[in-house]
Design a protein around this ligand. Structure first.
Ligand code: BT5
Length: 323
């Protein structure tokens, strides 16, 4: 473990004496001091007290702040502004990196699926997790579903009743309050989206980047029609540091236990049991969504029988909608 990491984890359990930590790690006192200064430069305001260094009471949203107390196996790379955290994670992947969560306060070139734009001003939670799971590429969709569950759970812990629309949207359903940016008209407002990208060979994923965008402390008026935010739903800002830590912890938990993903997804899904219209690469499928099957296919009961949809844009229909 490097000095920075060791210092961060030592700070979790109270004041840290510089000389004692230097002895424990077998590094110089100057090295510990440098690590303290490094954390401060990152924005993690370590204090000096009589009995040693003390963690800030309310850590900032920065790399060390997010890593502080984080129970997930990722190094956090934080940027004030990036074109896209997915692009940055892909660059790290090309350089051989892994187990990194790239976070930006603002994205200037955020991407949705199919090269759509993702609006990502300062105040949101924009993160891409780079891993190299030992699975076949066909299993990759499970990680998208895992991320959707992780987002839904983090939102629920923050007091917002989020549900999942197949395959990758996290929505807030229900009553139309005046503070949302309307335009959806189908009972759901988009709180978060997920963009999964990967490279792999026939039998093995080489790298996997799961990009998650959550409209956290934003006003829906600054977002596309049909969007909502945690701020709008809760009526106050969320602690992005805690929210993101929970999201990453839940994602890591599910990524390590793939069998738990589908049952958890089904429980939080808003799509199952509803009439849907899915635009797939092979055409439009309309019917009732009845299940999701490994590794993430939507099972739709159509007039012609059951069909499995592996990718596409899904719209929830009112029962009366005739198409
Ligand atoms: C998605 O695409 O929902 C995936 C979004 C993934 C964004 C994350 S942020 C971190 C990482 N870095 C990136 O560059 N991307 C990922 P899709 O299902 O294609 O939905 C895109 C559509 O959602 C757009 O065409 C807009 O209509 C709408 N949209 C754009 N920005 C939005 C926002 N902030 N909130 C809600 N809806 C939005």
């Amino acid at each position: 473990m490097d000095t920075r990491r060791a210092l961060l984890s030592a700070l979790e359990s109270g004041p840290v004496s510089g000389p004692a930590l230097a002895d424990e790690l077998g590094v110089s006192r100057a090295a510990v001091w440098k690590a303290v200064e490094g954390l401060r430069e990152e924005g993690f305001a370590v204090e000096s007290a009589a009995d040693g260094y003390v963690a800030p009471a309310d850590p900032a949203y920065c790399a060390a702040g997010i890593e502080f107390g984080l129970d997930a196996p990722y190094v956090v790379e934080y940027h004030e502004r990036l074109p896209s955290t997915n692009d940055r994670a892909r660059t790290l992947a090309a350089d051989g990196g892994t187990d990194v969560a790239v976070v930006a306060d603002e994205q200037t070139g955020g991407r949705g699926r199919l090269d759509r734009e993702w609006v990502a001003p300062s105040g949101g939670v924009w993160v891409s997790v780079l891993t190299r799971p030992a699975v076949a590429p066909a299993r990759a969709p499970l990680f998208t579903l895992a991320a959707a569950v992780a987002v839904a759970d983090a939102c629920r812990e923050a007091g917002v009743d989020a549900t999942i629309k197949w395959p990758n949207d996290v929505l807030v359903a229900g009553s139309d309050r005046g503070n949302r940016n309307d335009g959806d008209g189908r009972g759901g407002h988009k709180l978060a989206g997920i963009l999964t990208e990967m490279e792999g060979e026939a039998d093995r994923v080489s790298w996997l980047v799961v990009g998650v965008g959550v409209n956290a402390n934003l006003d829906p008026e600054t977002l596309p029609a049909g969007a909502t935010s945690l701020r709008a739903e809760r009526g106050e800002d969320v602690d992005r540091r805690r929210f993101l830590a929970r999201l990453l912890e839940r994602y890591a938990e599910l990524a390590a236990d793939p069998d738990a993903v589908l049952p958890a997804w089904r429980e939080r899904a808003n799509t199952l049991g509803r009439r849907v219209r899915v635009e797939t690469p092979g055409g439009i499928v309309t019917g009732r969504a009845v299940d999701v099957e490994p590794p993430g296919a939507l099972v739709v009961e159509t007039d012609e029988g059951r069909t499995r949809v592996h990718a596409g844009d899904c719209e929830h229909l009112r029962d009366a909608d005739a198409r």
